[in-house]
Design a protein around this ligand. Structure first.
Ligand code: ATP
Length: 304
């Protein structure tokens, strides 16, 4: 038996004047899972997070977080949430330790208990060495990890992360992913937004792809790739002979710049036929990704 979902949204809507930033979306998030909102800038991801966090009232539809209505019991919901916002809003005047201690006061955690927890959290995000360093002396990745530690101060029932690795270099991004995977392994419920496909693929148990305020699809990353694209992509140079050969085989393909991308569960056979029947030039076989799903659904690339 499944536990009750932690979030249930039904035709959830947010309008700003004539703009429907979130246009009637429905989804639910199960406890102990990582649920992602993937989409380009302006898709409505942040607006959705803000409604869940009880900082932006909805314009329509229903929303239920921990079984409660954000319009009626925002304080209760907020106390059970840990939030990593998109902007770094740490206090620059304070050290890492002080930032977390100040935050723990909002939740009324006794000082000694808070200090103990803060030390543990600094260790968890690999910032013990920076304990007494002011925020301005931290790298972008360190600031993000400190925000993660801060979001965990109140031992939340659910973590919300808005673009957790935006602007980070690959190494800092991987470290953040490692921490999030550790939290997932410990059974935490995590909701995140991202426009990085790799991030969504690596972290999410389930996700929705959003565009223009609407949910296009929902599913597990691998399931979506399987459903909309198939398992593999054969890429070949865009030549009339290549296209004719794919047409003859009845293989689906997209034209992306000067390449043709064919979707097939049997990439070896497609590549073999291309080599045999025409002079295809460069040919690559790669795993299909969520990028290909996004392209199928919207006709656009979701650029990182
Ligand atoms: P990003 O990652 O860039 O924040 P997003 O998917 O989170 O993208 P939102 O920030 O939720 O997208 O924005 C969705 C739409 O709503 C955009 O068209 C945006 O311009 C609009 N919007 C968001 N907040 C406001 C606001 N306070 N007033 C007016 N329009 C807004």
């Amino acid at each position: 038996m499944h536990p009750d979902p932690v979030i249930i949204a039904d035709r959830l809507k947010k309008t700003y004047g004539d703009i429907a930033a979130v246009d009637g979306i429905s989804f639910s998030v199960e406890a102990g899972t990582v649920f992602g909102f993937l989409g380009p800038n302006g898709a409505g991801k942040t607006t959705t997070m803000r409604m869940i966090q009880c900082v932006s009232p909805r314009s329509g539809g229903d929303l239920c977080v921990f079984g409660l209505d954000p319009a009626e019991q925002p304080r209760m919901i907020k106390q059970w949430l840990g939030v990593v916002p998109q902007e770094t809003n740490l206090d620059p005047e304070f050290t890492c330790f002080e930032n977390l201690m100040v935050y723990s006061r909002y939740f009324g955690i006794p000082k000694r208990e808070a200090a103990e927890r803060v030390e543990e959290l600094l260790a968890f995000v690999a910032l013990t060495e920076k304990r007494d360093v002011k925020i301005e002396h931290l790298s972008g990745g360190m600031k993000r990890r400190l925000l993660l530690a801060r979001a965990l101060v109140n031992q939340p029932r659910m973590l919300i992360l808005d673009e957790p690795t935006i602007g980070l270099d690959p190494q800092a991004r991987h470290l953040m992913w490692e921490k999030l995977r550790e939290l997932r392994a410990a059974g935490n419920t995590i909701v995140l937004t991202t426009h990085y496909l790799e991030e969504a693929e690596r972290l999410c148990d389930r996700l929705v792809i959003m565009d223009n305020g609407a949910i296009l699809v929902e599913g597990a990353p691998g399931e979506l790739v399987e459903r909309y694209v198939g398992s593999d992509i054969v890429e070949a140079e865009r030549k009339p002979e290549v296209i004719a050969c794919l047409d003859e085989m009845g293989v689906r393909y997209d034209i992306v710049g000067d390449m043709v991308e064919a979707m097939t569960p049997d990439p070896r056979e497609v590549a073999r036929r291309l080599f045999e029947t025409c002079n295809p030039g460069r040919v690559f076989v790669r795993r299909a990704t969520l990028e290909d799903v996004f392209l199928q659904l919207t006709g656009r690339n979701l650029k990182e």
